[in-house]
Design a binder for this molecule. Structure first.
Ligand code: IMP
Length: 176
């Protein structure tokens, strides 16, 4: 029986710190006034906390929680809303903050339900993207790193609720 365990470091703390600061600057350039950030729980919480602290000026926050009905390390495509927003999006410049875009099904679902709430603008920031796994063409304005089709954990990302606390991003691999 093989077990999945973290193996090589894919992205170091330093690489992540630098890229997150660049993403914060890019978002602020596009939205110089108020930014309303919506973080997708749970995976995005570490990325969110670094991203907003690298962003000067006015930032407000809200949270959503979704479950993607994962089957092992792959998503089933079904998305369920577990926690909705506390405040209205009407007329606001909104940025969705997500950990990773894989098939794109979760983000497509989120963008659809948030767009229906009449924000002034809606953009998306994802720390990671696995384009080779995409099933739907979803627009993501800010992407931190494009990675290959490998299951990764750390920096908020989990496998069975473990490894979110790792400060870097590592590949999960089968070990005998
Ligand atoms: P999508 O709907 O297939 O794009 O999946 C997005 C969600 O699947 C992410 O928010 C993660 O929770 C999870 N996910 C996809 N790939 C990974 C990975 O490599 N590590 C950890 N979680 C992942």
């Amino acid at each position: 029986m093989s077990e999945l365990r973290p193996s090589e470091i894919l992205l170091s703390e330093e690489q992540i710190r630098k890229r997150v600061a660049e993403m914060a600057a890019a978002i602020r350039r596009d939205l110089p006034n108020d930014v309303h950030v919506i973080a997708v729980l749970k995976g995005a919480f570490v990325f969110l906390s670094d991203l907003i602290r690298a962003m000067p000026g006015h930032v407000s926050l809200d949270f959503m929680a979704v479950s993607s009905y994962a089957k092992g390390t792959t998503s089933s495509g079904e998305v369920r809303l577990l926690k909705d927003l506390d405040t209205s999006l009407d007329g606001r410049d909104v940025v969705i903050v997500e950990d990773i875009v894989d098939t794109g099904l979760t983000l497509t679902y989120l963008q659809e339900i948030l767009r229906a709430r009449n924000p002034k603008s809606l953009r998306t920031a994802c720390l990671l993207s696995k384009p080779s796994r995409r099933q739907v063409d979803v627009k993501v304005e800010y992407i931190g790193f494009t990675i290959e089709d490998r299951f990764v954990v750390g920096y908020g990302l989990d496998y069975a609720e473990q490894y979110r606390n790792l400060p870097h991003i590592v590949v999960l691999e089968a070990q005998a």
